[in-house]
Every structure is written in C-alpha cells, then in structure tokens.
Design a protein around this ligand. Sequence first.
Ligand SMILES: *Cc1c(COP(=O)(O)O)cnc(C)c1O
Length: 460
Amino acid sequence: MVEWIASYRERMAELPVMSPLAPGDVKRQLPDAPPAVGRGLDGILEEMDRVVLPGITHWCHPGFFAYFPANADLASVLADMASSGLAAQAMSWQTSPAATEVEEVVMDWLRQMVGLGPQFTGAIQDSASTSTFCALLCARERTGAFGQNRGGMQAEAAPLVVYASDQAHSSIPKGALLAGFGKENLRLIATDDRHALRLDLLRDAIEQDLAAGRRPCAMVAAVGTTATTALDPVKGMAELAGRHGIWLHVDAAMAGSAMICPECRWMWDGVEQADSVVLNPHKWLGTGFDLSAYFVRDPEHLIRVMSTNPSYLRTEQDGEVKNLRDWGIPLGRRFRALKLWFLLKDQGVEGLQARLRRDLANAQWFRARVEQAPGWELLAPVPLQTICLRHRPEGMDDEDKLAAHNLDLVHRINRSGRFYLTPAVLKGVQMVRVSIGSEASEFGHVEALWAALRQAADAR
Ligand SMILES: *Cc1c(COP(=O)(O)O)cnc(C)c1O
C-alpha cells in the first residue's frame, strides 16, 4: 500500500486533475451484494487502479487550482497511517495519554506559529464547520447564561442574534440554524467593494436589534472569505463585540495558515480579542484532511458547554488532565495530532513559510498578468493566493453573455484534464476563480495555467 501511494504520487501529474467519470461509473463496477466469503486482499491494488483511481479528483495535483488548496504532505500521510494502525481513541487522557499530550503540544506549537497569544488554547476538530458550530453553541450559552440547563432556546424571552457578512462561508448560516438561532435572527451584513463586512452596517444592525429588545449574541469575522479571500475588519468588530458583550469568532479556515508568515498577520489584526478562532491546517498548510485547529480563550466555558460526565467515562486522572472529549461534539476522536507533528518535524516552520511565500508570490504574479492583459478583468483584491477574474472580450458587454462565456471557459479548461478551476459567482458576476497553493504547483504550473486560459479565451 505504501508503494502504491508513493507511485500514485509520482504519476499524479500525468492524470487528469478532475475525474472524467460520469455518475454511476464507479458503482457499476462493484457487485450489488457484499462478498459472502472473505477471499483476502489479493488483487485489491489492481481494483484500486481500475475502480477507484479513475474516480478520483486529484487535490494534490500541480494543476489543482479549484476550491482551496487541500494539501496532504507525505509526512502527514505517514502519520495518518500510524494513527490508523494504532487505532487509538483519544476521547480521554487515559484511553491513550500520548494522543492527548501530543495534541496539547502540537496545538501550542501551532498557536505560537500563527502568532496567537498564550491566552488561547487549542483542540483539534474535524472541520471548520464543526469548530464554528462549537463557537456558536458557546456563544449561545454565554448570552443565555446556560439556558441549556433550563428550557434552552425555547424558553428565551428575547431572541439571540448572530452576525456575519454576506460573504460568510455556508457553514456559518448552517451552524446558526443548527444551533437553534433561527433564520430570522441571522444577520448577513452587506460588504464593501473589497467584499469585506461593513462595520457601519454591523453597528446599525446591532443597535436596531437592541432597540427591538433582541439580544446580540455572536459575530463571525471572516479572515479570507471563500469566494475572494476578503478580510473582514476584525479589530473594529472586536471593539463592537467588546462593547456589547458579543462573542467574536474568527473564521480563518483557509487564510489562517498564512499567519505563520509574520508579514501576513496584519490581515487579522484584532484577533487577540476574539473568543474563538478556527484555522484549517488541512487546507493550505498540508496536514491532510481532517485537522481543523480550534482555539478558544476560555476553555472552561467550552468544557462546561460540551462536557458530559457519565460514570463509564470517569477516570482516576480526571482532575489533572485534559479529556478532549469535552472539547468538542463527538466522544470518539482519532489521533490526528500525529499529522501536524510529522509535518512540522519534516519541514519545520521555515520550510512551510517558504512554500506559502512561493504561493503568495505566484498569486501576485498572476494578479499582475490579469491587470495588464487587455480583455481581462480582476474582480477582487488579491491579499492571499486566490485570484478572481473574468475574460471580457471586446464588444461583449451583455452580462448574460459574459457569464456564459466565462463559465464555458472554465468548463473547457477543466475538461482538458490539465487544470481544475472553480467557476464561482460573486455578487451576480460569473468569475473564473484561481486558487493557488497546491504543494506541487510550482511557478511553471501557474504560468502554464495563465497561458491555457488566454488560449482558451481566444479559441472561443
Ligand atoms: C473551507 C472553509 C470553511 C469550511 O471548512 P470545513 O473544514 O470543510 O468545514 C469555512 N470557512 C472558510 C472561510 C473556509 O475557507
């Protein structure tokens, strides 16, 4: 299996980055009923090649410029194998002390790496969606003075309100709805021409809610929005949050990795005031899915919201150790910390900084090309590694035609098998979105993508 993975990684660049399969193609190759008699694993690698591989979209491919970088550095792949092989359950300290203590250490390393102060303590969650959900639950229980121990949200006299921008990731509305706030109490504040939350509108919304007897409860600041990597004004939001006792959660799922480079930290200026912060090392940093880093300022509050204490989970050491089951939603936890440990041991902070700086520089190169090329339009600022653009051929001014033209451009690029892009819509404008940051994407690949885009645009 190790050899198979290694050879896959070596061959990946020659495979079409987006899987060319049609729906049902994979299912058709598998029997309808389970094997009644076990026959061992002979032939499994051949089946992996034949059944699975064609149905894989290669997220670590050098031509992967879609969604967000989701790197799985080989060091973290080995760590994942070790984790599966050990099959350790990290729910309590006693159920595998190493799993808890390695996690405590590497999360503190990560805290230092991104420049967060010692007031923050981290725990690994499966995803930013879960981390944000935890944050909203903690906010709800803080504003509601632990209403969960009484009638819960159903007994609240005044509705609790959540604020985020209209560019917030879908996990924020989802989390707010799942946490019981209700759509009517979710304010998606309009953004400015840089696609960042407008503080003046946030202030107005809070005042209106207060005047109407509602209770402002949580706000989510995006550092690096999904569409354009826009940067919400964290510092201004923190001031408002402080003034009104609102929980401030910083969603830096994608961009948080960049904070290992001190020159990027201005982007989340004010983060020190946050109640909670999430960043996903399983995106750009390279730990392989899943490893979402959730940092909180008040671990006692998190534990109070999350903990359950049935007799069968109590251990002798409970008073002296961290039981990570109380730091999130699921009871069972994998030994994910190994992925971060192996990655850092292998590359060091400086190695990771060098790779991220390569990507940041490649993005600036790409931005400059788009800005200078006649017929091309940059649709958003480029603080990080995502470039939002569109082709605007001379004489084509009709918005519907432009949208169709750019969507077709992306589809043709994706079908070529060389590159993979996400065709997102930004405030009604169809864009070509280039997200740089695959570990394997060198400058030459970025250069080739720009050439391919221009060629495809001319060949329409
Ligand atoms: C990717 C992303 C998320 C969701 O991350 P998951 O770990 O897949 O849940 C949330 N917010 C932002 C800004 C993201 O980039």
